[in-house]
Design a protein. Sequence first.
Length: 272
Amino acid sequence: MVATRERSATGIKEPQTSKDVCGISDIGDLVVAATAKRYSAYCRGRLLLKAPDDCDIVPCASLADADVFNAIIDRYAKNHGADTDRRALVSLWSLFYASSLVIGAAIAFLELRRVLPLSLDEASLIIDRHSGTPRGFLLRHAGHVDAQTDVFSGMAPVIRHHCDPLFTHLAAHSGLGRKTLWTNLSAYLSWVIHEIEKQAGSALGDEGRLLTQSPTWPDGWRNPLARMITVTQNERGDYCGNRRICCLRYAVKGVGGCGAICPVPEGRATGV
C-alpha cells in the first residue's frame, strides 16, 4: 500500500490507495485496454488509484458537512462572479461531479462487469486546487469483477450509496432541488448508455437503460433517475437528451444554456 500525501482541502487525511493487480492506476486505462480503445476519448483521468500532484483530495463523505461543501463552492464561485445565483453554481459544479462519477463507472460495469468502490464513504473527490472544479475520484482499490451480478447491483455503489445520500445533503446546503441533481446525473448516464450501445450493441444498451427508465429498482426503491431524460435524435441522427428539469447553467455568466434540449426558454435561447 502506498499512502498519498496529506494535502486535503479540508485538513482530513487522504485515504491510502493501491494499484490494481495488473499495475494500472487509472480505471480508464483498464477499460481502454479491455475494449480495444473504444472509450479512449473520455474515460481516462476520472477514476484513479493514485492522486494527481496538482489537485486537492476531499473525502466524498465530508461533503455532507455544510462548511466543507460551502468552502469548495466559494472557491468555485470566484471563477463566475459573486452575484451569480448560488443554486446555478452548485448545479454547474455538480455536472462536473456527475460526469466524472458515472461515465467511467457505467462503462466499467457494462463492458467489464467491474463493480467499483464508489460508495460515498469509500471514494474521495479530486478537485482542481485553484478553481474547486471536480476533476475525478480517488478510489481505494480497483473493485472486483462479478459476471453474475445485475446492473442494479453493479451500479448501486454509485446510485444508491453515493448519489442518493449526497444529493440530500447538497440540496440542504444549497437550496437546489434534488430532482435537478438527479437530472444532471441522468443526463450523463443516459448519454453514456447510448454510447455503449453504439460501441458494443443493443444488449448492453437495453441493460443500461433499466437504470434510467425503470420506475423502481427490484427491491421496490423508487428510482429518481426514471424518465428524467427523453432521448431523441436531431436532423443528423445525433443523440439528444432532452431534460425534464433545467440545470440552470444559463444563469452562470459566460457559460450559456444547453440549447434545444433545455426545458425552459432562457436555456434554449443561450445555447452554446
